[in-house]
Design a binder for this molecule. Structure first.
Ligand SMILES: Cc1cc2nc3c(=O)[nH]c(=O)nc-3n(C[C@H](O)[C@H](O)[C@H](O)COP(=O)(O)OP(=O)(O)OC[C@H]3O[C@@H](n4cnc5c(N)ncnc54)[C@H](O)[C@@H]3O)c2cc1C
Length: 432
């Protein structure tokens, strides 16, 4: 596949990612040329858009998908690959915000994402280095362990969910070779090669009849008298549109875009570590810092480590140099090891850290997974397809969560958010 910067979302070095270097062969899809008609036009070839397209086509709709770069060009093809069931907001937070009954309904629905992704991988024979080894959250302070205990209690009592285990510092150390104060081990987590999963999802969508156009940036959306999405070289007229551009959507629909904030996040892949493997249990790991470190081993024995955020639109000039200190602080034993790949992507966060999913008339959207979208995005796409084909009951559960817009409007949300984030980043430095 020819994944290279074309101007659209360039600068974050996807071409240098470990995932591109190890991508399964995938076809190119021609750019849109001229005017076409469909039942549904989807903007965005990440997991949200592809899943919406796949599930809508399986329900008999004629679907055209426009992707501004290549399939997997956005977060879906660049992320940490950590499969973490649930929402970014934990059980306690959900109960506090929505009460026990609604919190449990949200938790159960979000949890479906795991089974759905596993089913798609199996049904479509997607080779994506799937490892169902669990997810471990390492505590950087003793108070985090107390939080884990309260969260586990709430999960058991309200959500009737007991697949988590609190680990002592020594138990955690047997799974990952860094000194945490303790940990929570989520047995149903895991990790995978996200670009290969996304490419597999695209193959499944095409198999179901979806027409994909790459290098086709949607530049304008017309709602009246009917939906029309324009690129520089053509337009798609349809009854419904799904906006699945996440952090890259920009001005296409300001009501949607004002609810998310794009944050730059960066990852490195080391050389294969052989006997220096630092995660003997091969689990996906993250820690309790606000600017979270997250990491896992790749199928060929590299450490894939994500750490450090930037709140300015431009990436650091030297991504490897930017991430390395975070990695070496967690694993001093890897000091000086070779870094073979370094890249970045944009995470879209919301004020509530809950996704923003819903519709304005026939304009449907889902985004803002706040760093927990690897499996949730596939579920959102399915919920959008259900709603478009007549059953909005499950989508409505999520669509009532609408997060508040960022303060300061489109112009000032960046600077105000940066101030807030810098405060939290400073707090991390004091804790760790
Ligand atoms: C560095 C990084 C690490 C992450 N790690 C994890 C993790 O380990 N676990 C986890 O659960 N989540 C993680 N996430 C979050 C997760 O990757 C995302 O939530 C998820 O992939 C979002 O999928 P999506 O399909 O909604 O958006 P995307 O994958 O970003 O897809 C949007 C697509 O729309 C296209 N597009 C945008 N605008 C237009 C337009 N106008 N016209 C045409 N096309 C357009 C883009 O090119 C892009 O391909 C991470 C994110 C990043 C950036």
């Amino acid at each position: 596949m020819a994944l290279r910067s074309t101007g659209f979302n360039s600068g974050l070095d996807i071409g240098k990612s470990y995932y591109v270097a190890t991508a399964n062969p995938a076809p190119d899809h021609p750019a849109l040329a001229g005017d076409v008609e469909a039942d549904l036009v989807v903007v965005g070839g990440g997991c949200t858009g592809l899943s919406a397209a796949l599930h809508a086509a399986e329900r008999g709709l004629k679907v055209v998908l426009l992707e501004g770069g290549k399939i997997g060009w956005g977060a879906s093809g660049r992320n940490g690959g950590q499969m973490i069931p649930g929402l970014r907001k934990g059980a306690k937070g959900l109960v506090k915000s929505f009460g026990p009954e609604r919190a449990k309904a949200l938790f159960d629905l979000a949890f479906e994402a795991r089974g759905l992704v596993l089913d798609i991988i199996e049904r479509h024979g997607i080779e994506c280095d799937l490892r169902l080894t669990g997810h471990l959250v390492g505590a950087v302070s003793a108070s985090d362990v107390r939080d884990f205990e309260e969260e586990a209690e709430c999960l058991a009592k309200v959500m009737k969910f007991t697949d988590v285990e609190i680990l002592s510092s020594a138990e955690a150390r047997q799974m990952v070779d860094t000194p945490y104060q303790g940990a929570v081990y989520e047995r149903l987590g895991g990790h995978m090669h996200p670009l290969n999963y996304t490419l597999g999802l695209a193959r499944a969508a095409v198999g179901a009849g979806v027409v994909i156009h790459e290098n086709s940036v949607a530049v304008r959306l017309e709602r009246e008298p009917s939906i029309r999405v324009f690129t520089d070289n053509g337009a798609v007229r349809a009854r419904h549109v799904v906006l699945a551009g996440d952090a890259l959507l920009k001005g296409l629909e300001p009501r949607v875009n004002s609810r998310i904030m794009p944050v730059g996040n960066y990852i490195v892949a080391t050389e294969p570590l052989g006997e220096r493997n630092v995660i003997p249990a091969n689990v996906a790991v993250s820690d309790t810092l606000f600017v979270v470190n997250y990491y896992r081993m790749s199928a060929d024995g590299r450490l894939l480590f994500g750490g450090g955020e930037r709140y300015t639109p431009s990436p650091p000039a030297d991504i490897a140099g930017f991430v390395r200190p975070h990695m070496e602080k967690t694993f001093p034993q890897l000091k000086g090891c070779r870094i073979d790949h370094a890249w970045g992507g944009l995470v879209s966060v919301t004020t509530s850290r809950l996704p923003h999913i819903g519709h304005y008339g026939e304009v449907y959207f889902a985004h803002g997974y706040s760093g927990k979208g690897v499996i949730l995005s596939t579920l959102s796409g399915k919920l959008l397809a259900e709603a478009i084909t007549g059953d909005a009951s499950r989508l409505d559960l999520f669509s009532t969560l609408t997060p508040l817009p960022f303060p300061g409007g489109m112009a000032l949300r960046g600077p105000l958010y940066v101030l807030g984030m810098l405060w939290y980043a400073m707090r991390d430095r004091l804790r760790h």
